[in-house]
Design a protein around this ligand. Structure first.
Ligand code: KG4
Ligand code: ZN
Length: 333
């Protein structure tokens, strides 16, 4: 049986990543060069800085990926790349790299939606069974998605304002935590006391949408108020209450979506899927309901392996891109 080897690129934000994926399920290489240190002093990702780093890193990462996978360009079946959503300048670096190799080696080119990639990280753990429900939680997105068949996505719920990762990062910034703050807040949340009661927006509303700007503002107001009256707040207690409330919102809406459907699996994906509090609560929710897939931490954050995993679906369907493939910063499903 012929094997399919896909070389995949991911440069949508602040990670330069190149992977080699076999048959959509096996990671032969997954090189991830993070730029976080260069952005930290600005408190967030600076697009211009990100693009320059991708330019500097991408050739080296490609060589490393091929060497680690022990393959050459001649062994490849196709080249895949994230074309959105993300930062336009960053996306373009990956697209140019993929197009160059596609042209020079006469390989089919595949454009991949970054969010589809996050969901298909699950396929690197075990085969997705359909219909599946996916909760995508990242720095830019908070979505409940139905997968009726491979590559068939339907958005069931979305955020009305901030993405959940964005809320973690903004609250973290107020607490003096370096960008990206999610991991530290998560650690603190296991060391503090649940002493605050923040609003859990839209919890009672009978829909599958999210809102995180209210809870973020409530946390920020609490910190400001304490500063004004000269009171010292326990940062770990704030982190504990904030995370508990955010997790409750995510779990409640996911439960509602699951109970309305006929799903085989729940997939929780994206950078915030690394959150320990979320992982524990989702495990409790699903214990009596069905199968839960959390990709391992390395596949939750941005990486090219997940892009190669979804590219395989498009490869099998012959859904190839041509030279007009362009960055689409606000791409959705
Ligand atoms: O998927 P990702 O790597 O990049 C985007 O596509 O946005 O997600 C990054 C986000 C950041 O907001 C970061 O703070 C958050 O994921 N994050 C976490 C944790 N680890 C990363 N949030 C909560 N708990 C964590 N353990
Ligand atoms: Zn992402």
């Amino acid at each position: 049986e012929a094997e399919t080897l896909i070389l995949a690129f991911e440069t949508s934000c602040d990670e330069t990543s190149v992977a080699v994926i076999k048959n959509g399920r096996e990671i032969l290489a997954n090189i991830i060069a993070t730029q976080i240190k260069s952005h930290q002093r600005f408190g967030g990702v600076v697009p211009e800085v990100a693009s320059r780093h991708h330019v500097e890193q991408i050739v080296h990462c490609t060589r490393l990926a091929l060497a680690e996978a022990q393959v050459t360009y001649q062994d490849l079946s196709a080249v895949a790349v994230t074309y959105g959503p993300g930062l336009v300048g960053s996306l373009l670096i990956g697209i140019m790299a993929a197009k160059s190799i596609s042209w020079a080696q006469n390989l089919p080119l595949i454009g991949v939606n970054h969010l589809a990639g996050h969901i298909y990280a699950a396929n690197l753990v075990k085969p997705i069974s359909y219909p599946a429900l996916a909760l995508v939680v990242s720095g830019g997105h908070t979505e409940l998605v139905r997968l009726s068949a491979p590559g068939e996505f339907q958005i069931l719920g979305d955020t009305r304002d901030d993405a959940v990762g964005e809320a973690f990062d903004k609250v973290g910034r107020m607490l003096g935590v370096n960008y990206p703050a999610g991991k530290t807040i998560d650690q603190w949340a296991h060391e503090g006391q649940d002493n605050f009661d923040f609003p859990r927006a839209m919890l009672q509303e009978d829909n599958l949408d999210f809102s995180f700007s209210g809870i973020k503002s409530a946390v920020i107001n609490t910190i400001h108020h304490a500063e004004q009256v000269g009171q010292t707040l326990n940062k770990k207690d704030i982190a504990t209450s904030f995370q508990k409330d955010v997790v409750e919102i995510l779990v409640t809406k996911t439960q509602r979506a699951w109970d309305q459907g006929d799903y085989q699996q729940l997939i929780v994906a994206g950078g915030v899927a690394a959150n320990q509090g979320l992982r524990e609560s989702m495990q409790q929710l699903m214990a009596s309901r069905g199968e839960l897939i959390f990709p391992p931490l390395r596949l939750c954050g941005d990486n090219a392996a997940m892009i190669g995993a979804f590219a395989h679906v498009k490869y099998q369907r012959g859904e190839f891109a041509d030279w007009t493939l362009n960055a689409d910063p606000s791409l959705d499903f």
